[in-house]
Design a protein around this ligand. Structure first.
Ligand code: CP
Length: 298
């Protein structure tokens, strides 16, 4: 692995190695490594779980604020990163509102981890989702994952649908017609009532209001009644089925408040797993940069 801009940067073996390594407890440490975390969009989980993962690996962390940087004086993203590269940073973690922002960074020597690019991709979220499903079900083959809600504007939905189909899972969608992905190849659109009865995993999504250009399509109550995972719908899920959500959650909108922490919910488990998976990703990227400087996972 040289970069992690989308999951297409990983071979299937590398992907399996990350999911396997995330279950280990002993990672590289000791040598000096530095990460620069550049978040141009708000984040709680991704930003701080990367920071925790970096801290657990003994890495130094540069926390970047665009407002307090020379970007305010017109410096480009590329030149900002070249500066960090010159200073000696080992890798970048970047979240940016522009889809495929990484395409303008081809001249960098230092690996880039995409922490979310607009409505494009969110590879480490997807890896932690896969890890959580593997922990729950053991394998992806035949697993029926229903992605529910604002699929069209969700980078999580994009990445998960792509990789889950490659891994042999069945992906369906539920939600308002206008928010279904343009291309639902290999996936079916279900009503919420069909979805809850058929899913092994109900993957709920927040309404991505920041990508709706100010248009308000539904009141929270209307949305919850029509497209939300209500308490009544949860009662009709299969006994073994689980609820996932990348979060942040809007309680009472896409999911009933009481279901966020119910016995089926893996939402906080996903966050816990995020640290492990990000540690594994950082480990492998550092390892591929300079194998001599990183101890092997044991
Ligand atoms: N799931 C996720 O990306 O959350 P944050 O926006 O808080 O990082």
């Amino acid at each position: 692995m040289k970069q992690l801009r989308t999951l297409e940067d990983l071979s299937m073996t590398e992907l399996e190695d990350i999911l396997e390594a995330a279950g280990q407890t002993s990672f590289a440490g000791g040598a000096f490594h530095a990460a620069a975390n550049l978040f141009f969009e708000p984040s709680t989980r991704t930003k701080y779980s990367f920071e925790m993962a970096e801290a657990k690996l003994g890495m130094h962390r540069f926390d970047f604020s665009a407002e307090a940087s020379s970007i305010e004086k017109g410096e480009s993203l590329y030149d900002t990163l070249k500066t960090f590269e010159a200073i000696g940073v080992d890798l970048f973690v970047i979240r940016h509102p522009r889809a495929r922002f990484y395409e303008e960074l081809e001249g960098l020597q230092v690996p880039v981890i995409n922490a979310g690019d607009g409505a494009g991709n969110h590879p480490t979220q997807s890896l932690l989702d896969l890890y959580t499903m593997k922990e729950e079900f053991g394998s992806f083959r035949g697993l029926h994952v229903v992605i529910c809600g604002d699929t069209a504007h969700s980078r999580v939905a994009n990445t998960n649908a792509w990789i889950l189909k490659r891994l042999g899972a069945r992906v369906s969608y539920a939600g308002p017609d206008a928010w279904m992905p343009q291309e639902v190849s290999g996936g079916r659109v279900l009503s919420m009532d069909e979805a809850v009865e058929q899913a092994d995993v109900m993957m709920m999504l927040r309404i991505q209001t920041e990508r709706h250009d100010g248009r308000v399509a539904y009141t929270p109550e209307t949305y919850h009644r029509r497209w939300g995972l209500t308490e009544a719908r949860e009662q009709r899920m299969q006994p073994h089925a689980v609820i996932m959500h990348p979060a942040p959650v809007n309680r009472g909108v896409e999911i009933a408040d009481s279901l966020v922490e119910c016995r089926r919910s893996r939402i906080f488990k996903q966050m816990e797993n995020g640290v492990k998976v990000r540690q594994a990703v950082l480990h492998f990227l550092l390892q591929s940069k300079g194998a001599d400087r990183v101890e092997t996972i044991s």
